[in-house]
Design a protein around this ligand. Structure first.
Ligand code: NDP
Length: 352
């Protein structure tokens, strides 16, 4: 049962790929360049069976019919049974909201679904990486969020940098569900609405000689910054812990990967995935307790006298019972997630 995985060089996708490989699926991964494809294959060399993972180059998913060639080619040979669509721009701000973010997110999703609909009669399920951004509605939070909740962000707000990314996720997910209603394809859809995601760096990053820290993905970057001295004042050593707002929930990327795999065969639904609450203060405390000696006193912020901006009961609540029940996810806690993230970063730096 062959799987097409889009955005294979990304952080979330690298863990989805690990799970697919471990579970024996043959996978075709889309990447944006030959160099990235080679780097990905190299990183898998001692892990995947020969030929189990292949790559196809799609430089930009927002190009109409971008997927036609690869879908047609594989349709003739061994057709895909499943598609997992993770590719989507994820940065804190975009110079051109429409072309850099909204179009790739929204059109990238509908063009992919359209190509599958026209060309791949054997695809049973498309799993789409959506986001809690399509669920949460800051600043007017619902008391309890679940899969029936939708962000109310508007297209006008999407033009403001702080809202562009979250709007892209909402409109892309809505476009997917609308495609399903309007076209009645043979395949069904499930979305994984993961919240802010931490976890070990991606395999292809940590195995690359050309690694640049700029490639650490957006959600892990705060942990990277913390262990590189950016949460303390250089001269006094005092904490300058960034505000945690607006995000106070996290999930471990390995749980997100498991959710994608389980969603290949679970009911075709939205699945909200959250491991728990967090704050930057709590991350700093965990890193101090677990890695204080290794990192040394010049790197971590002095926490005495600092306030945690997370207040129990002050924030929204989340109900992830569906992902626990239907996908079987048992969420990792913050300590495990932060610890393993830091270990992967330190191991990587040791190796370079
Ligand atoms: P990454 O930036 O690591 O991965 C994004 C992937 O999408 C990369 O492979 C990137 O390729 C690819 N991509 C982006 N734009 C295009 C495009 N126009 N054409 C082709 N490929 C493109 O981010 P994450 O792994 O964190 O995110 C993956 C998915 O998970 C996204 O859909 C994101 O919205 C979602 N998500 C992430 C969360 C998080 O906290 N990390 C939380 C909730 C959802 P390249 O690197 O080569 O540019």
């Amino acid at each position: 049962e062959k799987v097409l995985l889009t955005g294979g060089t990304g952080f979330v996708a690298s863990h989805v790929l690990d799970s697919l490989v471990t579970n024996g699926y043959p996978v075709v991964v889309t990447v944006r360049s030959e160099e990235k494809g080679q780097r990905l294959l190299k990183s898998l060399s001692s892990f995947a069976a020969p030929e189990q993972v292949r790559y196809a180059i799609i430089p930009d998913i927002s190009t109409k019919n971008a997927f036609d060639d690869i879908l047609t080619r594989h349709q003739r040979d061994e057709p895909f049974t499943y598609v997992i669509h993770t590719a989507s721009p994820y940065q804190l701000s975009f110079a051109d909201p429409i072309n850099d973010c909204l179009n790739p997110a929204i059109n990238g999703t509908t063009y992919l679904l359209d190509s599958i609909h026209r060309l791949c009669p054997f695809v049973k399920r498309v799993v789409i990486t959506s986001s809690s951004a399509a669920i949460l509605n800051p600043p007017n939070h619902r008391e309890v969020y679940n899969e029936s909740s939708w962000s109310e962000v508007t297209w006008e707000q999407a033009m403001q940098p702080e809202h562009t990314y979250r709007a892209s996720k909402k409109f892309a997910e809505q476009a997917a569900w609308s495609f399903l209603r309007d076209n009645n394809p043979r395949f069904t859809i499930a979305t994984i609405n993961n919240t802010y995601t931490f976890g070990p760096l991606s395999r292809s990053l940590t195995n690359s000689a050309q690694f640049s820290s700029a490639e650490v993905n957006t959600s892990n970057r705060r942990i990277w910054d913390l262990i590189h001295g950016k949460w303390r004042d250089a001269s006094s050593g005092e904490a300058c812990i960034p505000s945690t707002a607006p995000v106070f929930t996290f999930v471990d990327v390995r749980d997100v990967a498991d959710a994608h795999l389980a969603a290949l065969t679970a009911p075709g639904q939205r699945y909200y995935t959250v491991g728990g609450f967090f704050s930057n203060y709590q991350i700093a405390r965990i890193v101090e307790e677990e890695f204080g000696e290794v990192l040394g006193s010049e790197v971590l912020p002095e926490l005495k006298g600092q306030e945690d901006d997370f207040e129990e009961g002050k924030h929204w609540k989340f109900d992830v019972s569906r992902s626990k029940k239907e996908l079987g996810i048992r969420y990792r806690g913050l300590r495990e997630s932060v610890r393993d993230t830091v270990v992967s970063m330190l191991e990587f730096e040791k190796g370079t």
